[in-house]
Design a protein around this ligand. Structure first.
Ligand SMILES: *[C@@H]1O[C@H](CO)[C@@H](O)[C@H](O)[C@H]1NC(C)=O
Ligand SMILES: *[C@@H]1O[C@H](CO)[C@@H](O)[C@H](O)[C@H]1NC(C)=O
Ligand SMILES: *[C@@H]1O[C@H](CO)[C@@H](O)[C@H](O)[C@H]1NC(C)=O
Ligand SMILES: *[C@@H]1O[C@H](CO)[C@@H](O)[C@H](O)[C@H]1NC(C)=O
Ligand SMILES: *[C@@H]1O[C@H](CO)[C@@H](O)[C@H](O)[C@H]1NC(C)=O
Ligand SMILES: *[C@@H]1O[C@H](CO)[C@@H](O)[C@H](O)[C@H]1NC(C)=O
Ligand SMILES: *[C@@H]1O[C@H](CO)[C@@H](O)[C@H](O)[C@H]1NC(C)=O
Ligand SMILES: *[C@@H]1O[C@H](CO)[C@@H](O)[C@H](O)[C@H]1NC(C)=O
Length: 356
């Protein structure tokens, strides 16, 4: 563990940008990103290697624990995380102050009360030390649920939604250099996970339990977008054909040739205009069926939501929570795939496992 300097008192600062509603608490006198430099994203660095290593996983893969790191502070419910370079981890952290309560029937298209809470974006170093904590929502905001996150080489993307199905969400991006938050547009559905396909410049969001994927093109933004608080219609909405894992947190990995699709095309008469180079994201989540909870990871085609490769993850945290409950990210070290997990609420531990 690297020695860390504890500031006796947190330095509170309020950002003033026109686009920002964040209110940032700084715990350590360190840059949000070392050298104030934006690292590259998965898609321009290790995305291809992550995909290729993932394609060798199966249900009999041996997962070896590499490290367990206690995250400083009350992490609330961590919903998403993304490695931004080799020294920082951004984590979505929701604090719930009034729980939602299930209705006994459908009211206004949803099944529970609105509840109350706050969403925060935390910046950590990789030893689990808190660097900063931005409040993304204000008291009384009903869209207080921050979802999964993705980093595209410039911004961290997040959805801020009501914490109930069939509700509403605002799609926002956060500048990792300053934690300034810009709300771009709204969707008339709950949203959790989000990725930015930097090749097509499309944003894909997943709704409650990852049931539907919805796509917007950022080309020409803000042309074609409805001013907030209006809702912007999506260019595409596709149902997820997999009912096994409800994806919570996804990472865009780039466009990659899928060997299984190439083989299928060669041997099984797939249409010759079918493109086996697919836009791929890594997703994690759990499927809950009564008292049964199944964890899993998948490579997913973000245009069709077809799972390209899926593996069950039966590992749990020391507190008994499925490792894929919420945040996931991946990394390649010495030619091996490592997956990062942060399953527990409030007192969280970052688990890193390597696939053998
Ligand atoms: C900043 O965030 C804290 C914690 O969420 C909240 O209590 C406070 O009212 C916020 N301040 C401003 C100026 O928004
Ligand atoms: C933070 O660090 C910088 C450079 O390391 C130093 O100039 C500055 O005085 C420090 N600020 C505080 C509040 O400690
Ligand atoms: C972030 O700030 C919120 C509100 O001030 C607080 O409740 C939460 O515990 C903080 N998170 C961490 C990890 O310090
Ligand atoms: C649902 O029904 C139960 C019993 O029938 C009742 O106790 C509960 O208050 C109801 N919940 C709501 C949100 O109305
Ligand atoms: C349902 O929606 C209507 C119109 O927006 C609103 O007035 C009403 O309070 C909502 N009901 C509940 C239970 O949230
Ligand atoms: C949300 O809407 C979908 C589609 O209309 C419906 O199948 C589902 O039951 C709704 N969910 C809830 C919790 O109301
Ligand atoms: C998915 O999207 C379709 C098309 O908008 C809609 O009809 C359906 O109700 C949605 N399903 C869920 C579960 O949200
Ligand atoms: C947090 O978790 C660690 C490791 O599991 C444990 O030692 C510690 O007591 C926990 N702290 C709180 C406040 O629950």
């Amino acid at each position: 563990m690297r020695a860390s300097v504890f500031l006796a008192a947190a330095l509170a600062a309020t950002t003033t940008s026109a686009t920002s509603s964040s209110n940032v608490t700084i715990y350590r006198n360190e840059s949000f990103l070392p050298g104030n430099r934006l690292p590259e994203s998965h898609s321009t660095t290790d995305g291809k290697d992550i995909v290729n290593l993932f394609l060798s996983l199966s249900s009999s893969t041996t997962w070896t624990l590499v490290s367990k790191t206690k995250m400083e502070g009350d992490t609330g419910e961590p919903e998403g995380m993304v490695r931004v370079g080799d020294e920082r981890l951004f984590v979505t952290s929701n604090q719930y102050t009034v729980p939602t309560v299930k209705y006994n029937k459908t009211i206004n298209g949803t099944d529970r009360t609105v509840g109350a809470g706050f969403s925060h974006m935390l910046i950590y170093d990789l030893d689990g030390n808190r660097i900063a904590n931005a409040s993304l929502t204000a008291a009384g905001d009903i869209e207080y649920h921050g979802g999964g996150i993705d980093y595209d080489g410039r911004y961290v993307w997040i959805t801020l939604a009501q914490y109930r199905p069939n509700s509403t969400a605002t799609i926002a991006r956060i500048d990792p250099l300053t934690l300034e938050t810009t709300r771009l547009f709204r969707h008339d559905d709950h949203n959790g996970g989000i990725v930015h396909d930097t090749i097509t410049n499309e944003l894909v969001t997943l709704n409650w339990n990852g049931a539907n994927a919805t796509t917007w093109s950022l080309n020409g933004y803000p042309m074609g977008f409805t001013a907030i608080p209006g809702f912007t219609p999506a260019i595409r909405e596709v149902p997820n054909p997999s009912f096994y894992v409800g994806y919570q947190d996804c990472k865009y990995l780039g466009h990659h040739a899928m060997p299984n699709l190439l083989l299928a095309q060669a041997g099984c008469g797939l249409r010759s205009d079918f493109n086996p180079v697919r836009p791929v994201m890594l997703c994690g989540g759990v499927g809950t069926f009564g008292s049964l909870s199944l964890g899993g990871l998948a490579l997913v085609d973000l245009q069709t939501m077809v799972p390209l490769w899926e593996v069950p993850i039966t590992l749990t945290s020391d507190l008994g929570v499925s490792l894929t409950e919420n945040p996931v990210d991946a990394q390649v070290v010495d030619g091996k795939l490592r997956v990062w997990f942060m399953p527990d609420q409030h007192n969280s531990t970052l688990y890193v496992y390597e696939a053998a």
